[in-house]
Unconditional design. Structure first.
Length: 319
């Protein structure tokens, strides 16, 4: 017996609401981590991310003797970075001709599941490409409307969040590079990059690299006690693709640039998402230009590195 068209529409919409809105994030170990610590935003023309770095050389305070005249000038320091909203959507289109070809309710249900799973994976991949981009057409999703991601956020130069390095020099990230000449990764390089991104009790809690670099890290740490606890991703289907080193998960993400390793502090590198457009679902029963039904998922937000200097990067790693 064939399923009514209205029932197919309802099943598809419910599947997207129940599964895809979170399945997008669970399909990637790194994306799942960022989803867990995301910040919800009310709105505004842009997203304001408070920063904690202060340059005392630019303030009006100083040491003084008891007879000194004290300054009456105020200090208007940099207290936040500003980031543009980014918009992402994914569609599920089910043509009536496809429904007719997949006779019987089980055939139709399988069709719906395949379509929804494809949309889920595509949106996850697109988001991760954005997270690994610099927000230009040259990297990541090759789209100027994508997230301004780690490629610019975790960098030792370049204006980011409307703050130029010249205005707040020690806000930039530590980057260990080798003049574009690949070299073997060593524990000393790995440890120094982590140390440079550590301040007080704020320590990077996530390492990101592709499979080739991950294999180098695993081989490097083979003689060391690398697991101090169970990794936080084993229950999500990512077991075997995570190392734990100095209390931080090191995770494989094959969209990570080649020859590269990131140390990320997730307290200061997050998805910021509009509270009313956080995987919002839209459905249109009958399209004007096609004999089909349409379902869309929307997310408004940005990927923001609010404290660049608490995240670091190693480049030019031999794979």
């Amino acid at each position: 017996m064939a399923l009514p068209y209205s029932t197919i529409e309802s099943i598809t919409n419910n599947l997207i609401l129940d599964k895809v809105t979170e399945g997008v994030f669970k399909s990637s170990a790194v994306l799942e981590r960022f989803r867990k610590v995301q910040e919800l935003e009310e709105g505004g023309n842009n997203i304001k991310a408070p920063i904690q770095v202060v340059d005392d050389t630019g303030t009006t305070g100083e040491f003084y003797s008891s007879q000194d005249t004290l300054s009456l000038e105020s200090y208007d320091g940099i207290s936040a970075s500003f980031h543009n909203w980014k918009y992402i959507y994914e569609s599920v289109v089910i043509y009536k001709s496809e429904i007719a070809k997949n006779a019987g309710k089980y055939g139709v249900l399988k069709l719906i599941e395949q379509k929804v799973k494809l949309a889920e994976n595509a949106m996850a991949q697109r988001m991760m490409k954005g997270i690994h981009s610099d927000g230009t057409v040259n990297f990541g999703a090759l789209d100027a409307d994508q997230f301004v991601g780690l490629l610019l956020g975790v960098k030792a130069s370049g204006t980011y969040g409307s703050i130029a390095p010249a205005d707040l020099a020690h806000w930039v990230s530590y980057v260990d590079s080798n003049a574009a000449v690949n070299r073997a990764l060593t524990q000393a390089i790995l440890d120094k990059a982590m140390d440079q991104a550590t301040e007080g009790d704020q320590i990077p809690n996530l390492g990101i690299c592709n499979k080739a670099v991950f294999s180098k890290v695993r081989g490097l740490l083979a003689t060391y006690q690398r697991t101090t606890r169970e990794d936080s991703l084993g229950s999500l289907g990512h077991k075997g693709h995570v190392l734990v080193y100095n209390g931080s998960d090191i995770v494989v993400d094959n969209l990570c640039p080649s020859n590269t390793f990131y140390w990320i502090n997730q307290n200061f590198a997050k998805l910021h998402v509009h509270k009313d457009n956080n995987m919002r679902v839209q459905k249109i029963s009958d399209l004007e230009t096609a004999d089909a039904q349409l379902h869309r998922m929307f997310l408004y937000g940005a990927f923001i590195v609010s404290e660049r200097n608490k995240n670091s990067k190693i480049e030019d790693i031999t794979e």
